[in-house]
Design a protein around this ligand. Sequence first.
Ligand code: XUL
Ligand code: CO
Length: 434
Amino acid sequence: MKEYFKVGKIAYEGPKSTNPLAFKYYNKDEVILGKPMHEHLKFAMSWWHTLCAKGSDQFGSNTMVRTFEATDPLQEAYQKVDAGFEFMDKLGIEYFCFHDRDLAPEMPTLKESNEALDKVSDYVLEKMKGTNIKCLWGTANCFNHKRYLAGAGTSPNADVFAYAAAQIKKAMDTTKKLGGKNYVFWGGREGYDTLLNTDVKQELDHYATLLTLARDYNKKSGLNAQLLIEPKPKEPTKHQYDFDVQTVLGFLRTYGLEKDFKMNIEANHATLAIHTFNHELNVARINGVLGSIDANQGDMLLGWDTDQFPTNLYDAILAMYEVLLNGGLGTGGLNFDAKVRRQSFTDEDLFISYIAGMDTFARGLRIAAKLLEDKVFENFKTERYASYKTGIGKKIADKKVTLEELSDYALAHDQIENASGRQEWLEAILNQYI
Ligand code: XUL
Ligand code: CO
């Protein structure tokens, strides 16, 4: 078997290591809060950014130097499988995520595209045997091809809707074949650029129909995956229908789908919505729909989806804090929906970026676990809301009070004393844990 990467197996060397090709914080089998790190951190390789992205942007052509390239796209697809498995093995990554069109190229007809996907996924399945590498989630790329210029499930053209449905069916079948436990819907071009040509009500109805059909097929086909919606507020359209977690919750509840879907939260999508990553994780968690994470980060000064590797420790701590409060991610994991910068074009950069991302989340986990163990914020919050544990507060919390009774109470207690929120103190304590 040809070796595609000159880099060897990546080992844990501890925080003092100066080796760029070693883990400093991710020590796979080390137990944190009763679980080995690799169970807390089910890292996944994104097929698209890792094996397909070649470094081009709006202003320039490819920059990546990749030894698994080939002139025939199908041949390249097979070589990507070999390269991907070598990469995951060397990094000790146990999961991968894919779009149908990342695994196998789009062919002239849908039938041929399906056949190509069958062939390449057969090969993926073969490679999985005898390894502990698994599929975290699959999805359909219903946004890249020009047929999807006005969306997929929300396209004004019913033939496009049907084509998207066919692609989703096939991607679900492929996810089942590869043993994927989750299936993701990122809205792609489900949104609009101008209301002058858009019937939002119809588009949302159609989108819900597509998701309902997929929900039913998930059961019928025996895939039985956790279905996940990935919110994003804008890009590629000006207004994406799956704007943020709260908007998606409203949409799901309107169409009676709230029990069938959880969320895949992406850090860069949260910040595009002018939310923090941990805000989105929090809203998902308290609503019981925190399913999985697309781990990356944006550049706060750019304002588009830069999909950078997550190296912001502060954000990773707060994210892992939410994950711990959630009791983990269930069947979900941490998918690096992140790509190396255009200037980081070598093989080594790919490894270094994954190591940086994995170490950031590993260190985030370590710190979040300590904060949780010491109940730093939890004790403060318990105290802060203590007035709802007794007296009038308990009556409010138990919904055993009337507006008249509250009025009488307030008349007798109108000299109110508040307690400090202590934000700066809490932030300083968080810094002490770092
Ligand atoms: C796009 C994005 C996608 C989804 C899967 O912004 O995040 O890669 O994660 O379609
Ligand atoms: Co994503």
